[in-house]
Design a protein around this ligand. Structure first.
Ligand code: SF4
Ligand code: SF4
Length: 325
């Protein structure tokens, strides 16, 4: 099955923004947080305990305590983890590309860095072409460096502050911050976490997504286990239509992948669809449309094996393997 990417970018940006707001507001609204002072979680405004206090006080026996542990700890965890793994197995790293607040930072800083230097990250070997998928030109302007660094610093502080509110009562933290009366430990946490996030956001943000994030890794492993999972597919039958394009799909990828390649080389693809949208823009005058799409089922197999299964090929000419980078 192929899906049209029209409007996907707008929808994705709506999802990302909403989830970022949820990430900021979950602690003050008691939707989800761990309160280290009280020693338990809050979930959907309710105290979420394992119910072991009653056992400690001798009010319930070991059988009831075990049941509490299973029902309040093991079962909810199992449901959340298995649901998450199933979505990844079927659709890939949708959480990363469509929700994760860290990936929103990756994309924001990438764009600013490209504006400042022509390179989406300092590790990019050379500046990317100035031409954008819509045909406009983006001339690097070093004046954007201060904006880039201030944005990275601001986001690092927001992340540090938010993480602290996931651990300690949020309104106490906000009040202490506004009245400059943070405890020494709160101040140290904020300062150290801000510096660490600043370093990560500036130098290693997409590298963390590619190599350092366990949540991303498990989604990728589940996705790779399903050859028919949804994947970005390049129509190799029309590969000659890429002539004249300077690899805009490669240029826009926030994970710095090459979308016209085999699935195993796109292990960390976040399903962000930016490559699909870029190609659609490049090919906007082409009646056949872009060369990349989201495919699943049998049509996804070509990205795994390099060959389309016989019953899905509509032309005489068999598909060749996608370009290998
Ligand atoms: S390959 Fe495409 S969908 Fe995957 S991360 Fe890169 S731009 Fe996003
Ligand atoms: S797939 Fe589309 S965006 Fe990528 S090089 Fe070909 S024409 Fe350009």
């Amino acid at each position: 099955m192929s899906k049209t990417p029209h409007g996907l970018e707008r929808r994705r940006s709506w999802f990302q923004t909403s989830f970022f707001i949820l990430f900021l507001l979950a602690p003050p609204l008691d939707l989800f947080r761990l309160d280290l002072n009280q020693g338990h979680f809050f979930l959907l405004r309710m105290n979420w305990t394992l119910g072991l206090d009653a056992f400690v006080h001798g009010e319930i026996g070991p059988g009831a305590a075990t049941l509490n542990l299973v029902l309040r700890g093991f079962v909810p965890l199992l449901l959340v983890v298995s649901g998450f793994i199933f979505v990844s197995w079927r659709y890939g790293r949708l959480y990363c590309g469509w929700l994760c607040p860290h990936f929103s930072v990756v994309e924001a800083i990438n764009k600013l860095m490209r504006r400042a230097s022509g390179k989406p990250s300092i590790w990019e070997p050379a500046p990317l072409p100035e031409r954008q998928p819509d045909g406009s030109a983006l001339k690097p302007d070093p004046k954007f460096w201060p904006v880039t660094l201030i944005t990275a610093l601001f986001l690092a502080f927001v992340w540090a502050l938010t993480l602290l509110t996931y651990l300690l009562p949020p309104f106490e933290i906000y009040e202490n911050l506004l009245t400059a009366s943070l405890t020494p430990n709160q101040f140290r946490f904020l300062a150290v976490a801000t510096v660490l996030f600043l370093i990560e956001f500036t130098f290693a943000r997409h590298l963390f997504c590619r190599f350092g994030c366990a949540v991303g890794l498990f989604q990728s492993l589940a996705w790779m286990a399903n050859n028919k999972a949804m994947v970005v597919r390049f129509d190799t039958r029309r590969a000659n239509e890429c002539r004249g394009c300077d690899g805009q799909c490669d240029n826009v990828c926030p994970m710095r992948l090459k979308p016209r390649t085999l699935k195993r080389k796109m292990f960390t693809c976040t399903q962000c669809t930016q490559c699909i949208s870029a190609c659609d823009q490049v090919q906007s005058d082409n009646p056949a449309g872009g060369l990349l799409d989201w495919s699943e089922g049998k049509e996804a197999l070509v990205v795994v094996t390099g060959r389309m299964p016989a019953d899905t090929v509509r032309e005489d000419k068999p598909l060749s393997a996608p370009r290998q980078e």
